[in-house]
Design a protein around this ligand. Structure first.
Ligand code: NAD
Length: 380
């Protein structure tokens, strides 16, 4: 029997992505599933209704009707209260859930006995790479952050040799060399900037250098016995902070991407550092949503401190809705492979560490311990 998979239109302000693009909807249809899409769901990402119809998905005008008949619902953003109300008991819901922001919705999903998988909880293990939506969306954000910086600053990024003289390339510093940071580095390099980067994880150095950027690190022997890296001493840590500060002050563009999962983003750029930066410099703070890596960042705004602009963009993946949706839909499809059986059924194998790690709510219980503590005050 075909599993009924539903895709509602995203309602969150500024959200243009859609959870399923026509290409992936078509794959699911060919696998024998019944895919229903809310009319207009893909419009924000330029996937029009007829493209879904062509691949055999059904278009539904009424959201309540769409959700009421669903066994699996695919979302980008957490469901609204109305969406939760409209879902049948026991339905499976997959998307980003941000439980710390919406604890009351988690409680509602628990009471509705939904099975909810949070894409941000998918373990970062090799087998789960193809369903790692944090990575796919961070790739988009890092790329866009470099473009925003290039677009904001009033100077060239590449070196130019012209009849009107030689233009020196812009100095770009990327703080945090995870998925987003590496993409920001690669993009700034393609634009011709001279790029350097810093990360607390020294292992990131190799990836930074492979992109042709410089990795900021102290020239010390941090190797301990047996070849393992040793902890830096307090004095070395202070030297490292001073080195990063000098790099911030010397840069034309600083792109910050440092995150600590589940916690407020660390402040790497203080107001005093911003005040020391060159006139016309630009900071793009990718951590704006989780408190900001720069002390003066205001989420969703551009703040001017002296002659320095600090941009705090929100939901950058939505700005590249076409590819962000495509990559996200492929992540979801790979995730669905874990729960859809060859015979066209639905099976939840709790011995699978990806399912066990990403389940937020199941059978009336909040399964994710930190969320349970948040919502139920630690009661089991
Ligand atoms: P993230 O978005 O959580 O953080 C971004 C970067 O900020 C990280 O590299 C982190 O080390 C860095 N950071 C944190 N505090 C900092 C500070 N005070 N100063 C400077 N930098 C700081 O990270 P992410 O991009 O999601 O990925 C982080 C790591 O996980 C990377 O090593 C990445 O390769 C790895 N990863 C593994 C898999 C996998 O195996 N499936 C998938 C994705 C990412």
């Amino acid at each position: 029997m075909a599993i009924k998979i539903a895709v509602p239109k995203e309602e969150a302000p500024g959200e243009r992505r859609v959870a399923l693009v026509p290409e992936v909807a078509g794959k699911l249809v060919r696998q024998g599933h019944a895919v229903a899409v809310e009319s207009g769901a893909g419009v924000g990402a330029h996937y029009l209704d007829d493209a879904y119809e062509k691949v055999g998905a059904q278009l539904v005008e009424q959201r309540a009707e769409l959700l009421g008949g669903a066994q699996i619902v695919l979302k980008v953003q957490p469901p609204t209260e109305d969406e939760i109300d409209a879902l049948p008991e026991g339905a499976v819901l997959i998307g980003f859930m941000y439980p710390h922001r919406y604890p009351e919705r988690v409680a509602k999903m628990r009471d509705k006995k939904l099975t909810v998988f949070a894409m941000e909880l998918v373990p970062r293990i090799t087998r789960a790479q193809a369903m790692d939506a944090l990575s796919s969306q961070a790739t988009v954000a890092g790329y866009k952050a470099a473009l925003i910086a290039a677009d904001t600053i009033d100077r060239f990024l590449p070196m130019l040799t012209t009849a009107a003289g030689t233009i020196r390339p812009a100095q770009v510093l990327v703080l945090g060399a995870g998925v987003a940071g590496l993409q920001a580095i690669a993009t700034a390099k393609r634009l011709g900037a001279v790029v350097s980067a810093y990360d607390v994880r020294r292992a990131a150095g190799e990836q930074v250098r492979s992109l042709g950027a410089k990795f900021l690190e102290l020239e010390i022997d941090a190797e301990a016995e047996g070849g393992y890296a040793r902890e830096l001493t307090e004095e070395e840590k202070a030297k490292e902070r001073a080195m990063v500060e000098e790099a911030i002050v010397a840069a034309d563009i600083v792109i910050t991407t440092a995150n600590i999962p589940g916690r407020r983003a660390p402040v790497l750029v203080t107001k005093a550092m911003v005040e020391r930066m060159k006139p016309g410099s630009v900071i793009v703070d990718l951590a704006a949503e989780s408190g900001g890596n720069c002390e003066v960042t205001r989420p969703g705004e551009t703040v001017q401190v002296g002659d320095v602009r600090v941009v705090g963009p929100l939901n950058l993946p939505s700005a590249l809705a076409v590819h962000a949706s495509e990559m996200y839909a492929k992540n979801l499809h790979n995730f669905l492979e874990l729960i859809l059986t060859e015979e066209g059924g639905l099976e939840l194998d709790w011995d699978d560490e990806i399912l066990a790690g990403s389940v937020l709510v199941h059978a009336g219980e909040i399964k994710h311990a930190p969320t349970r503590e948040l919502v139920e005050g630690g009661a089991a």
